[in-house]
Design a protein around this ligand. Sequence first.
Ligand code: NAD
Length: 288
Amino acid sequence: MHQIKTICICGAGTMGSGIAMVSAQAGFNTILFDLNGTVLEKAQASIETGWNQLLAKGKINSDDLAQFQSLIKFTDKLADCQADLIIEAIIEKLVAKTDLFRELEQINPLNTILASNTSSISINTIAQGLEHPSRFVGMHFFNPAPVMKLVELVQGQDTNEKVITLLQAICQKMGKTAVVCKDAPGFIVNRVARHYYLEAMWLLAQAKENGEEINPASIDKILTASGFKMGPFQLMDLIGMDINYGVSQIVYDALGQPERLKPSPIQAQKLAEGNLGKKSGKGFYEYK
Ligand SMILES: NC(=O)c1ccc[n+]([C@@H]2O[C@H](COP(=O)([O-])OP(=O)(O)OC[C@H]3O[C@@H](n4cnc5c(N)ncnc54)[C@H](O)[C@@H]3O)[C@@H](O)[C@H]2O)c1
């Protein structure tokens, strides 16, 4: 298997911008691609802010900053997406992902590794749309990518073992802890963590029915006080209602629609209203 020098990240939203930051900090030539120029500008600004915060805290020096800046390129042209490893972090829609991978296969050599950061779509299902599925793998970072240590490497039925070994080394270079998992609904974390969100929303619904005074902030306060870094409602706002609700729906359907995993109408309503969380300015909380 070849050496990884250049990493291209497709999608410069919440996850893509964070992964690009991690990639440049680990010393890889990094290309960040998005179709939307405004998103790209926002991503560039947030990456710069992140690095300047590290500089201000003395975690990096000005040489590091200059080095990171020199390693990252921003583009809205798909033709620029030529790399040794491509990490797709675009919208959570199967067709959008397979269309993109098909185009990426046309402009990259056979030894380019193709990875998806999908939270919930089956890796085997995406692989069906690819010409060479042996080089395809799930590479699931957590939000915020620069902070969260875990990466789930999702091995599809055709994923070459060497791809997994190579990505374990790449994760290590990025300062991440890789865990290899099978292509199961919600992989590991998104399945186990489902109840954190769902139960909190059922509690809210039940309290409303009983006329009790409970709101998202009060539930978040209790859970953060009990040791969780973020409460479930804060976390859903950070993740994005579209992504989080989509994962709930996929895990629920894939496991035979058990009552305990039923997606919440509260979240469905937020989604329908366009209140996606931090990225839209409003979710369970408001953001200025
Ligand atoms: N948000 C999370 O907490 C989280 C965590 C882990 C994984 N993920 C996964 O990461 C992926 C991205 O999620 P996100 O939260 O960053 O989404 P986001 O909505 O913040 O960003 C998606 C970006 O993809 C861009 N895009 C759409 N189609 C494109 C295309 N064909 N080519 C290039 N860019 C395109 C959009 O312009 C947008 O900027 C999803 O698959 C999601 O399931 C999300």
